[in-house]
Design a protein around this ligand. Sequence first.
Ligand SMILES: C[S@@+](CC[C@H](N)C(=O)[O-])C[C@H]1O[C@@H](n2cnc3c(N)ncnc32)[C@H](O)[C@@H]1O
Length: 230
Amino acid sequence: MLKPFSQLEEKMEFLNRIIQGDCRQILKALPSQSVDFVLTDPPYLVNYRDRSGRTVKNDGGSADFLSAFSDLYRVMKPNSFCVSFYGWNRVDEFFSAWRTAGFRPVAHIVWQKDYTSSARFVQYRHEQAYVLAKGNPGRPARPLADVQAWEYSGNRSHPTEKAVTILKPVIQAFSKPGAVVLDPFSGSGSTAVAAALCGRRYVGIELEGRYCQLARKRLAGAASYTRKAA
Ligand SMILES: C[S@@+](CC[C@H](N)C(=O)[O-])C[C@H]1O[C@@H](n2cnc3c(N)ncnc32)[C@H](O)[C@@H]1O
């Protein structure tokens, strides 16, 4: 059970932690206007199953979990960004949740794959994310190109793991060193690892205990890497 958020804030207990639970509940315990940047990769609502049968929680059924974006908006600082991956064929549900929360879309990023992940009406070769603004954030000092090269993570820790190398440029463009970066659908912790490697603080929230453990292990590795580099 999380402590009331005044204590959390005082002791900064939520910082640099991977918290297990449903982000709709956990976010309620986080202080308002405490997060500098959100980078997140929610379930795409596509019933994903990989070749070995691995699935993603909440990826198949109702889009109710997208209501988390309203609390995400609340915990973000005024005039800040949220970059959210999404499932392109369920864009209506994502957009509805983002607009209801108060977000304003300001850009769209596409990662181009050099391989076909599946083929049907076309060869599916990209991933995508919206850049959403809370308020009127300033322009990044070095704006990111909205077409990026994709890198395959190998999906070793998680069936839909994002490569840390594709996340780092996003964190560097939309946040400053020392910033608090939140991922409420953190899976195996790729966003948190990327944030740590970029000299940011992180908060990860994930429903599944096994992915929280993996994320903590990866973060311990990243911490020893950043200590060596310092
Ligand atoms: C697309 S995956 C994220 C993968 C992550 N980017 C990585 O690199 O490992 C989405 C994650 O959200 C988690 N999830 C689904 N519903 C959730 C909820 N209500 N609260 C917290 N996590 C949730 C799933 O268990 C899954 O691990």
